[in-house]
Structures are given as structure tokens and as C-alpha cells.
Design a binder for this molecule. Structure first.
Ligand SMILES: NC(=O)C1=CN([C@@H]2O[C@H](COP(=O)(O)OP(=O)(O)OC[C@H]3O[C@@H](n4cnc5c(N)ncnc54)[C@H](O)[C@@H]3O)[C@@H](O)[C@H]2O)C=CC1
Ligand SMILES: O=C(O)C1=NCCCC1
Length: 320
């Protein structure tokens, strides 16, 4: 069995293949060519810290794999004297014919990249494909996911303004300075207020651990698209509940939605479809003024696709 560490993953990963891997995982989901269950959660007694397991099987010539991601979600890591990321992960990849372990692949970078690419896939198919404006992007959250989403959306879309808000303002300021420098641009703008950041935005991405809404219904312009990524108290804490009633809500998978979005179902929110159906043109939002939401939960088969991609790329570099 080989071990592919985070540095190697970073050398091998790129946005275009990650996007394609997410599109394939989402399509295969809709075509019933995957197996995955809701993830298990094992909590450290007395702490909010979790070990999460995400097993999956994806049937595909290029991205197919049998694997299991092990994620630790330790919100207390930011309070350590030397802070660590709150989401850490490793992905085990198995031989489909023998069950032998083939590789353990670092899952920290993969989780950031595949989650960002899943948001980009949703934005492209739910929103951009309908010729909707892409002038202003609002990013709420300047943590690991917020930063990777910024790179990803800069790569795939041509926004004129990318706004950044974070609960601790200094982090958003730092990020804006760093990203303007990195891309030799001035399109990244710091916002002190989440309301101002959201008002007028065409696309909104939320990547926070908040347990209270940070996006209010009245702030979101008609026809805007929201990718809600954060999983604080639950997976739907970032957006004011009444906004869900005034939007078409798309998810990535129903197994996860049944448990992790039970709170939304309980208050009567109906999910329109999984993103795979939109990719396959089986469903779409017709009304240009309708707000759309991609409620991202994260799928095991996305991690299977990514670990297969990285594993194959790794073998190619070794066999050169
Ligand atoms: N949907 C998916 O597929 C995935 C979702 N996630 C979720 O994304 C979120 C962000 O993950 P990372 O960027 O890795 O974490 P991080 O620890 O790097 O960033 C956390 C962010 O949340 C913000 N935050 C924390 N408490 C807040 C509050 N009360 N109000 C407003 N903002 C608050 C912080 O300022 C920071 O911007 C987490 O909730 C994580 O569980 C992570 C991986 C995959
Ligand atoms: O999909 C994932 O990976 C995760 N989703 C939510 C929380 C931690 C990891």
C-alpha cells in the first residue's frame, strides 16, 4: 500500500480535473452508479469534536473507486496554542477485485478542492448555464474553505468583484490583500458587514461554522445563487430559514439530506433535486428571479473520484 501525503496531493491536483471529477460523481449519483450511505459520526465525549466516516463506491471508467474518507471535525483546533485546521482527513482506497488496500491519500487538500469544485459545478449548472450575470461574488468566511473557494471561483468564472467578509475582520482583510497580490488584481474587496457584502451579489458562498444565520432573506437579490457549504450546528445554519421557502433548494445527495437536513424538512422545505439531475438536464429553475441554493453536504463518492484521480496521477509520475 502506498501513502500519498498532502504535499504530493498538492503537486498532482488541478482545478480542471477536480471540476470534471465532481461533475462525474454527481452525474453517476443520479444514474444510480454509486453506493454511499449517510456518514457516521463518532463524538469525543464532552467535546464538540467528531470522527466522521464516509465510505463510498463509484462506478466509472476514469474516476471509479472503492474508498472511505475518515474526517476529523475538531472546531476546538482553532483554540490550540498552535492552531490546527478544524477539518482534517485521510482517504483509504481499496482494490475493487480483492479488497486489498491500494493507498492512503491525504484528504485535507482534497476536501478543500473538491468541496470548492462542487460549488463551482453547482454554480455553473444551476446558475451560469441559464445566462445569469456573474458580476459580483460574495464570500462569507475566510477560513480554509473560503480561501480555496476564492481560488476556484477565480479560476472558473470572470467576476468583476469578489467580496470577502469574515467574523474576525482582520482575517478577511489579510485574505483580500494576499489574493489581490497573488492574482495581480484589485477585484478582491474587504467587507466589514455581512449585510453589505451580500446585498447586490449575484453569487454568494458561505463557508462558516456559524450556528446563527449570516445571510438574511431580505438582503439577497432576486435570482441570485447561493452555495451554502458550512456545517456548524447543522448544515443549514448559515441561511435564514425563511429564505429556503423563497428559493429552489438543490442538494448533492438524498441519503445525507435525510439526516443532516432533517431540520429543514421538518419545517416543510422541499428539495427540488440533486445537482446531478441539473447536470443531466432533467430539471432546472425556469424563473430568472427565483433564488437558487446549493446546500452542499459533501459526498463520499466525490472523495472516491478524487483519490482515484490522485492515485492514477501519482502512478504516472512514478512510472516516468
Ligand atoms: N459541504 C462540504 O462538503 C464541506 C463542508 N465543510 C464545512 O465548511 C466549514 C468551513 O470549514 P473550514 O474552512 O475548513 O474551517 P475553518 O475553521 O478554516 O473556517 C471556519 C470559518 O467559520 C467562521 N466562523 C466560525 N464561527 C463563526 C460564527 N459564529 N459566525 C460567523 N463565522 C464563524 C470562521 O471565521 C472561519 O471563517 C465547516 O463548517 C466545515 O464543516 C467542510 C468540508 C466539506
Ligand atoms: O464532506 C465532508 O468531507 C465534510 N463535510 C462536513 C463536515 C466535515 C467534512
Amino acid at each position: 500500500m502506498i501513502y500519498i501525503d498532502e504535499d504530493m496531493v498538492l503537486k498532482l491536483i488541478n482545478w480542471d480535473q477536480t471540476f470534471e471529477a465532481m461533475e462525474v460523481a454527481m452525474q453517476r449519483y443520479t444514474e444510480n452508479r454509486i453506493v454511499q450511505t449517510a456518514r457516521s459520526r463518532t463524538q469525543v465525549i464532552g467535546k464538540p469534536n467528531l470522527l466522521v466516516t464516509m465510505p463510498g463506491y463509484l462506478d466509472d471508467q476514469t474516476y471509479g473507486a472503492l474508498g472511505c474518507k475518515l474526517v476529523t471535525f475538531f472546531p476546538t483546533n482553532s483554540d490550540l496554542p498552535k492552531p490546527l485546521p478544524s477539518v482534517l482527513a485521510s482517504i483509504m482506497l481499496f482494490d475493487e477485485n480483492t479488497g486489498l488496500p491500494k493507498a492512503c491519500v491525504g484528504g485535507f487538500e482534497i476536501t478543500k478542492w473538491r468541496t470548492s469544485a462542487a460549488s463551482a459545478v453547482a454554480t455553473r449548472h444551476i446558475y451560469e448555464k441559464r445566462f445569469k450575470p456573474l458580476n459580483i461574488l460574495a464570500l462569507l468566511g475566510a477560513g480554509h474553505q473560503g480561501r480555496t473557494h476564492a481560488d476556484c471561483f477565480k479560476h472558473f468564472f470572470n467576476f468583476q468583484e469578489i467580496r470577502v467578509w469574515n467574523r474576525t475582520a482582520s482575517k478577511a482583510k489579510e485574505m483580500v490583500e494576499e489574493f489581490n497580490k497573488k492574482y495581480n488584481t484589485n477585484i478582491f474587496k474587504f467587507y466589514e458587514s455581512n449585510e453589505k457584502c451580500v446585498r447586490g451579489a449575484d453569487v454568494i458562498v458561505t463557508t462558516t461554522n456559524t450556528s446563527e444565520p449570516i445571510v438574511n432573506r431580505d438582503w439577497v437579490k432576486p435570482g441570485a445563487h447561493i452555495n451554502s457549504v458550512g456545517a456548524g450546528r447543522n448544515h443549514h445554519s448559515e441561511i435564514e430559514e425563511s429564505l429556503y421557502f423563497n428559493a429552489d433548494v438543490y442538494i448533492d445527495h438524498w441519503e445525507g439530506a435525510k439526516t443532516e437536513l432533517a431540520g429543514l424538512e421538518k419545517i416543510g422545505i422541499q428539495f427540488k433535486a440533486e445537482v446531478g439531475k441539473v447536470i443531466l438536464n432533467q430539471v432546472k429553475t425556469e424563473d430568472p428571479n427565483r433564488i437558487t441554493i446549493f446546500q452542499s453536504l459533501g459526498m463520499a463518492v466525490e472523495d472516491c473520484a478524487m483519490s482515484r484521480l490522485i492515485y492514477d496521477s501519482y502512478l504516472k509520475t512514478k512510472n516516468k
